[in-house]
Design a protein around this ligand. Structure first.
Ligand code: SIN
Ligand code: FE2
Length: 218
């Protein structure tokens, strides 16, 4: 369990920078001050583009529920991984990127040393008890000069932050509600993943964890 004094959520302003390696940093509590706006925006997005379980190119159903906001959305099916302007389930554009998302992602990137980050894609991942994301690289984007900003909400999780080879030993990083991880530059293609979500309860999100992953895809 994440202890209250390590992450003083009660102040709503706790920000601590915790480097993971060159180009990667955990910003503890960075999203807390905006949590209500973020949660409301997620509700609006999910009402238009519900979470769904994508199929991997290998035919496996992903346990993590996914949806997107912004001009581009990350999708997977038997044909491969890619970014698409239209939600394949509805045939309509993905819900717009909320202003609160853009502001938070830009501010977190700047805090980690990547000024001027303007994401065009926000992947929203929903983990329920037992769901995990195996080690992978984010490499479907056009330009690896732009960082990745990853926001954790709800139930805490253990984030795996590996190296540039899948076999490199991964650091285990406990991520709580409001924590933000940024990786870019020499860390942009590091392998990462999430261990199976342990049973826990969050006052706004129940048994779930929601992760917002911001990227410049196009
Ligand atoms: C991802 O790699 O897409 C998500 C990481 C996370 O959920 O923290
Ligand atoms: Fe990823």
């Amino acid at each position: 369990m994440i202890s209250g004094d390590l992450f003083p959520a009660s102040t709503g302003h706790a920000v601590q920078d915790e480097p993971l390696c060159e180009g990667a940093m955990v910003l503890r509590g960075f999203a807390l001050a905006e949590q209500l706006r973020l949660l409301q925006a997620i509700e609006t997005i999910v009402a238009q583009a519900p979470f769904r379980h994508l199929i991997t190119p290998g035919g496996r159903r992903m346990s993590v529920g996914m949806t997107n906001a912004g001009p581009l959305g990350w999708v997977s099916d038997r044909r491969g991984y890619r970014y698409a302007a239209l939600d394949p389930d509805s045939g309509k554009p993905w819900p717009a990127m909320p202003e609160a998302f853009l502001q938070l992602a830009g501010a977190a990137a700047a805090q980690a040393g990547f000024a001027g980050f303007v994401p065009d894609a926000c992947l929203i991942n929903r983990y329920q008890t037992g769901n995990q994301l195996t080690l992978h690289q984010d490499r479907d984007e056009r330009d690896f000069d732009q960082p990745i900003v990853s926001v954790s909400l709800g139930v805490p999780a253990v984030f795996l932050f590996g190296g540039l080879q899948r076999s490199d030993r991964a650091q285990r990083v406990a991520l709580a509600h409001g924590d933000v991880v940024v990786w870019g530059g020499p860390a942009r293609l590091r392998y990462h993943g999430v261990l199976p979500l342990r049973p826990a309860q969050h006052q706004a999100l129940g048994h779930s964890r929601i992760n917002l992953t911001f990227r410049r895809a196009g």
